[in-house]
Design a protein around this ligand. Structure first.
Ligand code: HEM
Length: 267
């Protein structure tokens, strides 16, 4: 089978880049063995005036079209993580970029977590979830929404766990399956299931938080972390590295988002 046949097969197989493939096949564009599309040399295409330089590193997605087993994506977390990280190009560069800024972003975490709870207390739909007893908390619980404050013992207690999640975003070992498994469990535990052993052992009532609110909170977290990174003085981290770090954090938050949404959405 020729490489063109392969492309036609791929083009007809539901690949989202079908239109680009067809265009590539019907034009005089040459598909180079490296998988990059380049225009034909000026001598083949006629006048030099009509030559439009390609945008840098324009790749032919079809040559690289990977076969993804959707069943594995649903059932096998490492396969899903491989797909997510591949799709977002999340790699060691990203982990390094986050590590570089982490010591200077750490100090905003307590304030960020205070802000997260303040945000959740702005709306009754998110605030009322904290009227239920949370895991490991044995103290007094207010009965009325208006009696629940940001200083309530259960909220102070909860902030410890939220800080631990935020610190993990900045310091996690992203080459370890354990990191992603933890983030996946964080997602599951908001859906009414109890993925953590200690929750089951303590007989904690299931937590049901609408996906909507988890996604919005991730958006809020992203804003705080991005601002913190960009506020690092230029003398400590150059702008280019701050941009790399912000992009990397953005990818982690979107992966965490998927590890929430996949437990809510029936794909
Ligand atoms: C950025 C989005 C969110 C993240 C990353 C997150 C993360 C976490 C983490 C790490 C825990 C503790 C898990 C453990 O036991 O170790 C937790 C528990 C909890 N979260 Fe979230 N959460 C998010 C959004 C929300 C929202 C929007 C609400 C409510 C509207 C919420 C309500 C709760 C409650 C009530 C608990 C305590 C559950 C229990 O132990 O009974 N979370 N969350």
């Amino acid at each position: 089978m020729s490489s063109t046949d392969t492309l036609i097969d791929n083009a007809n197989s539901g690949c989202p880049f079908k239109a680009q493939v067809n265009e590539a096949l019907t034009s005089t564009t040459t598909i180079r063995p490296t998988g990059t599309i380049s225009p034909p040399p000026a001598s083949e295409s006629g006048s030099e005036d009509s030559y439009v330089p390609p945008s840098p590193k324009k790749s032919c997605p079809v040559v690289m079209c990977q076969e993804i087993d959707e069943n594995l994506l649903r059932k096998h977390l490492p396969s899903r993580i491989a797909y997510l990280t591949d799709y977002l190009n999340f790699g060691t560069d990203d982990a390094e970029a986050i590590s570089e800024v982490a010591p200077m972003v750490h100090e905003v975490i307590p304030e960020m977590v205070d802000g997260m709870y303040a945000k959740l207390f702005e709306f009754d739909v998110t605030k009322r979830i904290f009227l239920q007893r949370n895991q490991g908390f044995a103290g007094e619980l207010p009965k009325r929404l208006e009696d629940l404050t940001l200083d309530s013992p259960q909220i102070v207690f909860r902030k410890v766990f939220m800080k631990s999640w935020a610190r993990r975003v900045l310091t996690a070992d992203y080459t370890s399956d354990t990191t992603w498994a933890y983030m996946d469990k964080v997602g599951i535990m908001h859906t009414g299931a109890s993925p953590f052993k200690h929750q089951k052992a303590l007989g904690i009532a299931p937590l049901n938080v609408p996906y909507r609110d988890c996604a919005l909170m991730l958006g809020h977290v992203l804003e705080v972390l991005q601002t913190a990174v960009f506020s690092i003085p230029e003398s400590k981290i150059p702008l280019q590295n701050k941009i790399r770090a912000v992009n990397a954090i953005n990818k982690v938050i979107w992966i965490q988002n998927d590890l929430f949404s996949r437990h809510y959405i029936k794909e």
